[in-house]
Write a new protein. Structure first.
Length: 131
C-alpha cells in the first residue's frame, strides 16, 4: 500500500510522472489530499497536473480551476498558485477570473513586468469582447 505521508505521496507522484504513469500520479496526489486535505502544495500540484498532464484525455481545466481556487485560499501569498489559477481560468474561458488573479500577482510582485503586461493584454481583449 502507498505511504500515509503527504510528502512521500507527492514524491511518489513525481516518480510516477517520470515513468509516464499519469493515472498513478493522479492516484498519489489525490491520496495525499486524503492524508492532508489542507496541504496547499498538493492542491496546487493537482491543479497544475489537470492543466498540463501529457495525456490529453486526463486534462480537466474545470477541475484545475477548482483546485487552484482552493490553493490560493489556503496560501494567498504564493504567486505560483495564483499563476495556476490564471492559467486554469483562461483554459475554462473565465477571463474575468484570470484578470482578478493577475491583479493579485501584481500586488504580490509589484516589480515584475510579465504579469503587468499579461494583465494589460487580457484587459484589452476583455474590452474588445474577446476571451
Amino acid at each position: 500500500p502507498p505511504p500515509d505521508d503527504a510528502g512521500l505521496l507527492r514524491a511518489y507522484a513525481d516518480y510516477r510522472y517520470d515513468e509516464a504513469d499519469y493515472a498513478g500520479v493522479k492516484r498519489a496526489l489525490v491520496r495525499s489530499l486524503y492524508v492532508d486535505a489542507g496541504d496547499p502544495e498538493a492542491i496546487a500540484i493537482l491543479a497544475r497536473f489537470y492543466l498540463d498532464v501529457p495525456d490529453r484525455t486526463m486534462r480537466n481545466p474545470a477541475q484545475a480551476a477548482i483546485y487552484a481556487e482552493h490553493a490560493v485560499r489556503r496560501k494567498p501569498d504564493e504567486v505560483r498558485y495564483w499563476r495556476t489559477l490564471v492559467d486554469a481560468s483562461l483554459a475554462c474561458g473565465n477571463t474575468a477570473r484570470a484578470i482578478e488573479a493577475l491583479k493579485e500577482i501584481v500586488k504580490l510582485n509589484p516589480g515584475q513586468p510579465e504579469p503587468v503586461e499579461r494583465l494589460k493584454e487580457l484587459d484589452a481583449k476583455s474590452a474588445q469582447g474577446e476571451t
